[in-house]
Design a protein around this ligand. Sequence first.
Ligand code: ATP
Length: 235
Amino acid sequence: MTALLSIAGLTAHYGDFQALFGVDLTLDQGQTIAIIGANGAGKTTLMRAITGVARVTAGTVTLDGEDITRHPAPDILTRGIAMVPEGRRLFPSLTVEENLMIGAHARTGNGFWTLDRVQALFPILKDRRHNPGTALSGGQQQMVAIGRALMSNPRVLLCDELSLGLAPVVIKEIYAAFPQIKDSGTSIIVVEQDIGQALRVADHVHCMMEGRITLSGRPADLSRDAIHDAYFGVS
Ligand code: ATP
């Protein structure tokens, strides 16, 4: 089976600073993978390189057999890769519903995710649909950000640090929606510093350190010691 998303030898720079060193990974249709790693490991840069935002200096990103390396970000979105950015980045002057509808502008054709389905996934977004997005709690704002990305009917959903700054009970509530997102056929990459959450949600986990993938495997096959060493480095 050809992978839906395939990343090979991906290298990225900020000016002279090299942030990614030949990263390889694949994402299959319907699969959820997690990228874990400490602050500065390169997780966000990897997401930004996939979505055409970071400066890719070598390697390729292939979606459904098509080379999309260095394509402009809007083109990558309309081809079916949507990002839930770290910090949510809602539009403060728009209501919850208007924020969700922003995502619909990138829709290509019909797909599973409609406003009704997003509101059924997170019912609070229907109750609060006329509120300004920024009047919601952090967890509710995260739901808006996920809903907005789903409104583009992505084939691949990239989620950057969903749990950052949220209480454990709220994190649990957000991740409770993931089986439904997965069942819709959407493939998912989650970037997480919360290792426990990553291991629960993912079919496959990659650990990054200093711009490289240092460990990969299915959650059940990875020992705590191996994850610790790959996450923090072996001294
Ligand atoms: P975090 O969890 O803190 O977001 P991360 O694993 O996502 O960490 P990145 O944000 O990808 O890590 O950062 C990887 C490296 O690139 C770090 O050393 C960081 O300082 C550097 N970096 C990130 N963004 C920039 C930028 N805009 N300009 C220069 N260097 C950057």
